[in-house]
Write a protein that binds this ligand. Structure first.
Ligand code: AMP
Length: 566
């Protein structure tokens, strides 16, 4: 096995580019494939997960063999989604940074075709395309692929899942007999085997990791919950991981939007990604997620394809996909590029058989996990807060104010100061998790503490407060963060929004600093230039007074009470 890129005999321009990208050693799939692609001629079917480095595995040898002086299409890469298409093209461009006169073009649906036709007129040597758009362009005579030497089918199983079979057949008809075909797939369903049989010659099957298996870096956990507690359990789990940076997978677009809305309302840095959003909206959400301005991306399977984010800590299956194979794709979003990750599944008691089915597909076992108690969540959050404080860089400017601070705080002891300081950030969690019920399901089908939940069908409609014991429930229902039919809450508007990097969590922090805990806050809506907060009548005027005219990240805030029912 080769340990360095130099040993793989790649030319110095490519080595220079990948070294600059921080690639130190070839990944397993690169070690396995690059020598074969450089030294042999046979077709390859490669079973590899996303995130294993497969783009470079085929991309580097392809670039090694490209002839930039020949102005015609030599390589066609087909992949299932626009996002993946752009990602692959960008990766190839990065690897080819020092190769002169090389033109790489990506074409995909959902964007203007005229512009893409113009790009194709500039004689690219490499095209990266989604199948539908590629066929459309071929039909219009915008390009020719009759001289390609290499055809790459990336995420072939996904392309077939998405119903691109006919387009693939038609595109392949336009390619020459003599060419090399490289097929990459995370799973090997019968349809993929058929493609390999029909269009490839004596293909070598290369398996990186176990066939159909998930990455070794991913640990799989499942939680058994009552159906009605699904949303509450989701919040509990995400709260238990204060540094979570993950994708929550839902089954339908509507469910995706509902969950994202509920999470936003409940103060999480979350947003939705699904097919009902415009391309612009999707790009914006992805941008925020990649920049870590969003902690939680709630997504459908299709929308999440091609997301290239390496350091996700978690993938949460809010609901399992219908196909066990799809789980492989989902869990493969974490544990990438040698990082570890967790894939979490929420199931009700009737769904337990699905776990067995998935275990067979991925060749790994799940651990049954217990939903943390409210106390455990609070302890975790508290420790995270202490870590944050530990890591704060103390600005020397603070020294000049120390006498003032000492004077003000003299009457308070050290313990009291710590108590107050921690409470400022932490009251929301303490409020929320006081008397929080056990959400784990026991064999009898009853919750372990025998308490019932407060929502009838799932938690979305009545998002927010977990049940807190019957007596208190009625009192608290009025203060539910969803705040829809609540009395005593009014809206205030502030002229800062996502354009100023305001997130629900930051807004809650701001309110907490003003002494308004989560209990006193209802719905939150953050728009681009403004945000709306439903807040208890008692606190509204005070908050308006305190924030109006103050600054947030350099932007002067105007705060007003909004009368109309929004
Ligand atoms: P891919 O499976 O091609 O989507 O790659 C997953 C991620 O791993 C991408 O962000 C690549 O930039 C990164 N990557 C690929 N090869 C290497 C390598 N040899 N060393 C470090 N990172 C890599």
């Amino acid at each position: 096995m080769t340990d360095t890129f130099q040993e793989l005999n790649l030319n110095s321009k490519i080595i220079k580019a990948i070294t600059e990208l921080g690639y130190e050693r070839p990944t397993a799939v690169q070690q396995r494939i690059i020598p074969t692609l450089l030294n042999d001629t046979q077709d390859i079917v490669c079973l590899a997960q996303t995130g294993t480095g497969k783009t470079a595995a085929f991309g580097l040898p392809v670039l090694e063999k490209i002839e930039p002086e020949c102005p015609y299409v030599q390589v066609l890469v087909l992949c299932p989604t626009r996002e993946l298409c752009r990602q692959i093209a960008q990766d190839l461009k990065n690897y080819a940074r020092y190769i002169e006169n090389l033109n790489i073009v990506s074409v995909y649906g959902g964007a203007g075709i005229e512009q893409q036709i113009k790009l194709l007129q500039k004689n690219p040597q490499i095209i990266v395309a989604t199948p539908g758009r590629m066929l459309d362009l071929l039909k219009r005579g915008a390009t020719q692929i009759s001289r390609i030497r290499t055809l790459v089918l990336d995420e072939a199983d996904e392309m077939l899942n998405m119903g691109f079979k006919e387009e693939l057949d038609a595109i392949l008809e336009n390619t020459p007999e003599e060419k090399r075909v490289l097929l990459f797939s995370a799973t090997l369903p019968i349809e993929v085997e058929k493609i390999a049989k029909n269009y490839m010659k004596n293909a070598e099957l290369v398996t990186v990791g176990t066939r159909n298996a998930g990455s070794d870096n991913v640990k799989h956990y499942y939680f058994v919950i009552h159906e009605k507690d699904r949303y509450t359990a989701l919040k509990r789990i995400t709260d238990y991981f204060p540094d979570i940076y993950g994708i929550i997978f839902c089954r339908t677009r509507k469910e995706t939007q509902d969950i994202a809305d509920a999470l936003i309302r409940d103060g999480y840095d979350a947003d939705a990604l699904h097919g009902d959003l415009s391309q612009q909206q999707r790009d914006q959400v992805m941008g925020r997620f990649k920049n870590k301005n969003l902690q939680l991306l709630v997504a459908t399977d299709v929308a999440a394809r091609g997301i290239d984010v390496n350091n996700l800590t978690h993938v949460i299956n809010y609901n399992l996909p219908d196909e066990a194979e799809q789980y492989t794709h989902r869990s493969g979003r974490t544990g990438r590029a040698d990082k570890s990750g967790q894939s979490i599944v929420l199931i009700n008691s009737k769904e337990q058989y699905k776990i067995k089915r998935i275990e067979k597909v991925i060749g790994k076992t799940f651990a049954k996990a217990k939903i943390p108690t409210g106390k455990e969540v609070c302890a975790k959050q508290l420790l995270s807060l202490i870590d944050q404080i530990d890591n704060v860089q103390v600005n020397p400017e603070i020294e000049q104010y120390m006498p003032l601070i000492n004077e003000r705080w003299q009457p308070l002891g050290r313990e009291d100061i710590i108590r107050k300081f921690m409470s400022m950030e932490f009251n929301r969690f303490l409020d929320y998790y006081r008397d929080a019920p056990d959400l784990n399901m026991v064999q009898t089908g009853k919750r372990e503490d025998k308490k019932e939940g407060n929502a009838k069908n799932g938690m979305i409609k009545e998002s927010g407060k977990e049940k807190t014991g019957r007596g208190k429930e009625r009192k608290r229902a009025k203060e539910s963060p969803s705040g829809r039919e609540e009395k005593g809450l009014v809206w205030i508007k502030m002229t800062i929004g996502s354009a100023n990097d305001l997130t629900p969590r930051r807004l809650l922090r701001m309110m907490s600093a003003l002494g308004v805990g989560r209990k006193g806050i209802g719905r939150i809506e953050i728009r681009k230039e403004a945000s709306y907060i439903q807040i208890s009548e008692r606190a509204a005027e005070y908050v308006a007074q305190q924030t109006d005219g103050s600054e947030y990240r350099g932007k002067k805030i105007k705060t007003s009470l909004v009368k109309k029912d929004r």
